[in-house]
Ligand binder design. Structure first.
Ligand SMILES: Nc1nc2c(c(=O)[nH]1)N[C@H]1C(S)=C(S)[C@@H](COP(=O)(O)OP(=O)(O)OC[C@H]3O[C@@H](n4cnc5c(=O)[nH]c(N)nc54)[C@H](O)[C@@H]3O)O[C@H]1N2
Ligand SMILES: Nc1nc2c(c(=O)[nH]1)N[C@H]1C(S)=C(S)[C@@H](COP(=O)(O)OP(=O)(O)OC[C@H]3O[C@@H](n4cnc5c(=O)[nH]c(N)nc54)[C@H](O)[C@@H]3O)O[C@H]1N2
Ligand SMILES: [Mo]
Length: 764
């Protein structure tokens, strides 16, 4: 029976409540919200016990985001959304054999993502046999027999695909890639392909490392901090503390975003109330409400003005860079008409920001999905690189690049080998450490995996975490592609749509979460993770596991590896009995992990090598930091067309929906909303809550999504915003960024029409 890929729950206008968007982030409502999510999901005692161990030396790393912890941590060094992530993981394990015997997958597929997540933690391994409507319990041994049997029977290892989401620890991810490569493929797509792949590619080509170059301490020394295409108030709340502290030390902040985004306007640290400090801090000094996709033009304007204001650090440019002249000519030849038209920002505002930048001795540029998920994601990030290189803002205290990573260990996963396109030097080192040959041919990334599934090229699909169906573009197409696969396997903590839209046969393997005690061979283990700034540190779960049948990710990988490959490559199960042994093997196989077991036991872990930051070394093709030259992208759309961006509400973690509110944007009780400029609404005779259907357009193809409620909002004319994952069915699979192949989730060309009305009643 075909399962429907997405919930069909119709929008209910009565449930949508609109309030004035907030200017101020955090404050008392954030503290209350943390407590509410904690208490309702975990109870009072567990809430207190849990929240005091987040991000402490001996506790677990917050599974929320990858923003680093300050060296001197205070109790309650957590934020509202970190608390929600923890509370959500610490739910009771009700999704067990009895649950699945009462609910068919068809019935579950009718529930919304919010309702699915509320069912609790997955409690035991489950199996969906071909043609069946219900999952049935299966033993761990039985599950491994099925998976290893399927893997061993494939004519080529490349007919299996292994996805990774970004919560997986370094130890689990390293073992997993070693197993997959020993098995014989580089088919290792990951969530990063949809996230910061453009940053990795953009920075790798220009400064020789695909990561940021700043530390948290640099924020205390910055003169100017740019926050581009990022919503820290919701997605990286602890970053606001760093911004506030930087402001107090005199830094100025430039916010580049189509939306005002509450956190950047004013911020109130919840802890300050305890000190009876009632003032809040204004964060952004300048907000440039750029049009969606207008950053390339805006950055060209800023670069042009740095050149005209003589703000170039010639000593740095001469000694450390290449490509200056061509980049300079391109910027000076760009006309102001084009800059102002494409960016949507008046020249005077660009001038104000440029003067601020020109007077800065230390500038940090932060960015996230507002830059990466565009067709020009890589080149627009390289314009940020151009801008900072001009002033020599790299390898200098208080300056540098800060792509703010998403998932709490997505950066670490890539460092330890979750990479479909490994470099030669990575392969050499890995082969030396592992002691066996690994495949050289590059594997599929996320989009290529879906295309291969649709072409019938994939027989086994294994997911280490995540929610592949809902996170990827083109939901209906992807659902059909997945249905072609013989066996799909999800290693998960919570129920999600990827458990309901599956291959012909499916398995759910429930694993321990970051917060839970992980005991191997009678000893409690810790794992390690890498934060957004390249610091590797420990994370040790403290809570009793939600169910005795949960297993750790390293245990799942090593058991599957030994069952599939035997002992010819590595002593898989022995390695897993003490995670120090995995770390010893990582030290031998990876660059920068010398003395790993000792250094990671230091109070705050250790920093991985970062040549641009450490000593202005740039491991690029010519040994210099590269200025690059780019044409402006074509940002024009048809007369009646809009550009839609998909984003996160304040009550979700990617595809996990915690609640139905987007408090800072003033939207309550409902998620199927479409933010639109009020003038655009008036021009069409539409009002708040008018119900519209969306059609997306790409290469002559169209995709439809019915029944969205309009919300008038402070968004540039011609632009729209809707929540991910509801809007993913509109994102065309082939609409991806050049070079990084990241889906363009922030650039979807659409037309709208009001939903048809029949007999006075709108169709759902
Ligand atoms: N609570 C919570 N925390 C999270 C997550 C979560 O879902 N919930 N997700 C995690 C993950 S995996 C990630 S990657 C990060 C995501 O963190 P963000 O990148 O902050 O997430 P988005 O909601 O996608 O927001 C993108 C921002 O870019 C802006 N934007 C969109 N298009 C453009 C553009 O063309 N130009 C500019 N300048 N701005 C634009 C939007 O208005 C929005 O403010 O957060 C991580 N942290
Ligand atoms: N339209 C649109 N699409 C997007 C984006 C967008 O902005 N717009 N953003 C993209 C981005 S930035 C990202 S990172 C991807 C996210 O894509 P994914 O990482 O695939 O999705 P998540 O929603 O984070 O995955 C949630 C699931 O992970 C499982 N899980 C949670 N913790 C653990 C754990 O510790 N171990 C294991 N094994 N499983 C766990 C739970 O079962 C949960 O249901 O989505 C991308 N998709
Ligand atoms: Mo992400």
């Amino acid at each position: 029976m075909r399962k429907s890929p997405r919930a069909t729950t119709p929008p209910d206008r009565a449930k949508l409540r609109l309030k004035k968007p907030k200017k101020k982030a955090a404050g008392i409502p954030a503290a209350l919200s943390s407590a509410y999510h904690g208490m309702t999901k975990m109870g009072v005692t567990k809430t207190v016990k849990t929240l005091v161990t987040v991000n402490q030396q001996e506790g677990f790393d917050c599974p929320g985001c990858a923003w680093p912890d300050p060296e001197h941590r205070t109790t309650f060094e957590f934020c509202e959304n970190g608390a929600k992530a923890v509370a959500d993981e610490a739910m009771k394990a009700h999704v067990n054999a009895s649950f699945f015997s009462h609910h068919s997958i068809q019935a579950l597929a009718e529930l919304s993502d919010y309702e699915l997540n509320r069912k609790g933690r997955l409690a035991q391994p489950m199996h969906l046999a071909p043609g069946e409507s219900h999952y049935k319990p299966i033993s761990w041994e039985g599950a491994f027999e099925k998976i290893s049997g399927a893997l061993k029977s494939l004519p080529s290892a490349n007919r299996a695909v292994f996805y990774t989401s970004g919560r997986t620890s370094n130890e689990a991810a390293f073992l997993y890639q070693a197993f997959i490569r020993a098995y014989g493929t580089n088919n290792l797509p990951d969530c990063s392909n949809m996230c910061h792949e453009s940053s990795g590619k953009g920075l790798g080509q220009t400064i020789g490392i695909g990561k940021g170059t700043v530390t948290l301490e640099d924020f205390n020394h910055a003169n100017v901090i740019m926050v581009i295409g990022q919503n820290p108030g919701t997605n990286h709340p602890r970053m606001l503390t760093a911004l506030r502290d930087a402001k107090k030390k005199g830094a100025r902040i430039i916010h580049i975003n189509p939306l005002p985004e509450a956190g950047l306007s004013r911020f109130k640290h919840p802890q300050d109330y305890m000190k009876m400090d009632l003032t809040s801090t204004q964060l952004a000094d300048i907000h440039l409400p750029v049009r969606i996709g207008g950053d390339a033009a805006l950055l060209k304007g800023l670069i042009k003005l740095q050149l005209e204001l003589s703000a170039v650090d010639h000593a740095f440019v001469n000694e450390y860079t290449s490509g200056f002249q061509s980049m300079k000519d391109a910027a000076l030849n760009t006309t102001w008409d084009q800059i102002v038209n494409d960016s949507g920002i008046p020249r005077q505002s660009i001038q104000d920001a440029a003067e601020m930048l020109a007077s800065s001795n230390a500038t940090i540029a932060c960015w996230a999905m507002g830059l990466t998920q565009h067709k020009n994601g890589v080149s627009v990030i390289q314009e940020v690189v151009n801008l900072l290189l001009l002033g020599g803002h790299v390898g200098r205290e208080g300056a540098g690049f800060c792509p703010v990573r998403g998932h709490s260990n997505v950066q670490g996963d890539r460092t330890v080998g979750i990479w479909e396109a490994p470099s030669e030097s990575f392969i050499d080192r890995m082969e030396k450490g592992l002691g066996f040959d690994i495949p050289k041919e590059h594997g599929y990334d996320v989009v290529q995996s879906i295309e291969a599934m649709a072409d019938g090229q994939v027989d086994v699909f294994f997911c280490m975490g995540g929610n592949f169906l809902s996170a990827t573009p083109d939901t209906d197409f992807t659902a059909k592609a997945i249905a072609n696969i013989d066996l799909t396997i999800q290693v998960s903590t919570k129920l999600n749509r990827s458990h309901l839209v599956t291959g012909k046969e499916a398995l759910i393997l429930p694993c321990l979460g970051r917060t839970e005690l992980d005991v191997q061979d009678g000893e409690a283990q810790f794992v390690t993770v890498e934060n957004s700034m390249g610091i590797v540190h420990r994370s040790k779960g403290t809570l009793q596991p939600a169910s005795p049948m949960l297993r750790s990710e390293p245990w799942i990988v090593s058991t599957l590896a030994e069952q599939t490959l035997g002992l010819q490559h590595l002593p898989w199960n022995d390695l897993c009995s003490n995670y120090d042994s995995i770390r010893d093997l990582m030290e031998a196989s990876l660059h920068g992990f010398t003395d790993y077991n000792r250094r990671v036991r230091n109070e705050n872990g250790f920093s991985l090598p970062n040549p641009p930051r450490d000593d202005r070394t740039f491991n690029t093709h010519d040994g210099f930091a590269n200025f690059t030259t780019h044409q402006l992208p074509d940002v024009s759309v048809g007369e009646d067309q809009f550009v839609l961006m998909t984003l996160r509400s304040h009550d979700q973690y990617n595809t996990t929906i915690y609640g139905l509110h987007d408090r800072y944007r003033g939207v309550h009780g409902h998620r199927r909303v479409l933010f639109m400029n009020a003038d655009d609404m008036v021009a069409r005779g539409w009002k708040s809550r008018t119900k519209v259907d969306i059609t997306s357009h790409f290469n002559g193809e169209t995709r439809e999504s019915a029944s969205w409620l309009l919300v008038p909002y402070e968004i540039p004319k011609g632009n729209l915003a809707a929540y991910f994952p509801e809007a993913n069915s509109l994102v065309p699979l082939k609409s991806t960024a050049d070079v990084s192949n990241t889906p363009t989730s922030k650039w979807i060309v659409c037309t709208l029409r009001s939903s048809p009305v029949h007999n006075g009643v709108e169709e759902e």
